[in-house]
Design a protein around this ligand. Structure first.
Ligand code: CA
Length: 241
């Protein structure tokens, strides 16, 4: 069955262009021209990926993102979201990432690049058994347990809700405890696509992970900032079955 992409974007010409590229790449495409319709469609159709414009009539992209991430249905709450932004201000992109978008693309962009991003996002979300080699059993670091098969994280026995990207970053760091990763390397390993100037997004994802794990950057239990380099996981990680 074809994977489905929902485009929520009010520039109809851009929707037509993207639809053409995505369909040619084998995706089924749904579209909405305003935020509210897009939100309703996302909840009803449960697409595999959402391409979400920031500036939208009815309900803006940030509100749509926030509402989806709070949805009680995990298929809706965990949907990968790529945000489109025409704004040059970094604050909006950062806000989008803080609200749980997985990635963003700044307009103008090449449709090919966007299709590559969609593919990269879906590739890293493929369920185990469909070809991903490295996923194994649980990773445990004290009260923190990461289950790569169910893609769940628990802290002190309580489920921690991470976005797909946050999960991948934590998974990467936990697989290599003590090893520092640069921001560019984290992006490369986690997103499969590296573009210049996107390093800042790693900081936002790390900030979100720390907040959700209650990890104080000044006195970390889990993720330590390595000055001039990036981040590393501290503490012993044991492997369960
Ligand atoms: Ca727009």
């Amino acid at each position: 069955m074809a994977q489905r992409v929902l485009i929520i974007e009010d520039e109809r010409q851009l929707v037509r262009t993207l639809r053409g590229y995505l369909e040619q790449a084998g995706f089924e495409v749904l579209s909405a021209y305003d935020g509210r319709t897009g939100y309703v469609l996302a909840r009803r159709e449960k697409p595999d990926v959402i391409i979400l414009d920031l500036m939208l009539p009815e309900m803006d992209g940030l509100d749509v993102c926030r509402a989806l991430r709070r949805d009680p249905d995990p298929l809706v709450a965990d949907v990968p979201i790529i945000m489109l932004t025409a704004r040059v201000e970094e604050t909006d992109r950062v806000l989008g990432l803080e609200l749980g978008a997985d990635d963003y693309v700044t307009k103008p962009f090449s449709p090919r690049e966007l299709v590559a991003r969609v593919r990269a996002l879906l590739r890293r979300l493929q369920p185990v058994g469909s070809g991903r080699a490295h996923s194994g059993g649980h990773l445990r670091a004290g009260p923190l347990v990461l289950d790569p098969v169910r893609r769940e994280v628990e802290l002190d026995g309580r489920r921690v809700d991470l976005t797909a990207t946050e999960f991948e970053i934590l998974h990467l760091l936990m697989r290599h405890p003590g090893r520092p990763f640069s921001r560019a390397e984290i992006l490369d390993r986690v997103q499969g696509v590296v573009l210049e100037g996107y390093d800042r997004s790693v900081d936002v994802h790390i900030k979100n992970i720390r907040r959700k794990l209650g990890d104080n950057p000044r006195d970390p239990r889990f993720i330590q900032t390595v000055y001039g380099v990036g981040y590393k996981f501290i503490g012993d990680v044991s492997h369960g079955e």
